[in-house]
Design a binder for this molecule. Structure first.
Ligand SMILES: [Zn+2]
Ligand SMILES: [Zn+2]
Length: 286
């Protein structure tokens, strides 16, 4: 039986083609991030490597933006009337940004240690851990980045980290500030596309109707005595379901029912939202 099988097998020069298929090199590696093909000995493909190096490259400026976020509230929405402009971010959001900065530092340190493997007892050789920006630069330029066997896990950690960072610092210009997150433990400024109906908080993940966030902002402005131009007052009140237009506000002023609380840098009179709101309620109750 065995002899028969051996005889039925083709001879070696029949099974082996003269050359390998050139389109599919037999020794190509597999990207441990996306599963695609990559160069021999590499653990990720060029595309995944470019993405990871891009995040590492951009992180020094992102960290800078996060630190500025702590010092003063990010100016979401530029100079839109709905912009909330406080001296400093509310405490809960400050804490979550502080946590996030720590998370970034931990990830950078871990990656740097993987690539440069400092001794387990640094005091023995007195090698200090470099600053976070220096570690990022070292990781960015490190040739061994695409040789790490566990790059799949590392890559996805960095992707998650970069997404979270960008959700905090990056507000596209087509969006405008609409008010604060209604979650009392969060309170971060929210922004939405013009005309959007719902909005998700990038920090705590709560979802709201835009009109509810605007109502919260209206209440806050009324309580704090903030003042806006007639047009801005009318716009905000209309968004919250009141009937109001700028000309009505100006006519109230002419009839002495409303006094401006100052003027903006263009010389336009500013009205306290609380005063305008009171007049709207008075008119509607007659
Ligand atoms: Zn890949
Ligand atoms: Zn929130």
């Amino acid at each position: 039986m065995n002899e028969q099988n051996n005889e039925s097998q083709p001879t070696p020069n029949q099974t082996q083609p003269p050359q390998n298929n050139q389109n599919k090199p037999a020794l190509a590696g597999m990207c441990r991030v996306c599963g695609g093909e990559c160069r021999i000995q590499a653990t990720m493909c060029d595309k995944c490597e470019t993405a990871l190096r891009g995040w590492i490259h951009d992180y020094p400026s992102w960290i800078q933006a996060l630190r500025e976020f702590l010092d003063s509230t990010a100016h979401y929405g530029g100079h839109q009337p709905g912009r909330v402009n406080l001296q400093s971010a509310p405490t809960p959001i400050r804490l979550s940004v502080v946590d996030h900065l720590q998370e970034i530092e931990d990830a950078v340190t871990a990656l740097w240690c993987r690539l440069y493997a400092p001794p387990a007892m640094p005091w023995a050789t007195s090698i200090a851990v470099p600053s976070i920006v220096d570690m990022l630069k070292a990781c960015w330029s490190c040739q061994r980045l695409n040789r790490l066997p566990d790059i799949g896990l590392i890559w996805h950690d960095w992707e998650r980290l970069a997404r979270k960072t960008l959700a905090i610092i990056d507000v596209p210009p087509s969006r405008h500030g609409i008010g604060r997150c209604l979650n009392p433990l969060c309170g971060v400024e929210l922004s939405a596309e013009v005309g959007a109906v719902s909005v998700d908080c990038p920090v705590c993940g709560s979802a709201y109707r835009v009109v509810d966030v605007r109502l919260g902002f209206l209440r806050e402005c009324i309580e704090s005595g903030r003042a806006f131009t007639a047009g801005e007052c009318a716009e905000l009140l209309r968004e919250c379901g009141f009937q109001c237009n700028a000309n009505t506000i100006r006519s109230w002023r002419k009839r002495g029912r409303l006094q401006p609380a100052g003027e903006n840098d263009k010389g336009r009179p500013l009205y306290r939202l609380s005063d305008v709101h009171r007049q709207v309620l008075r008119r509607d109750s007659i």
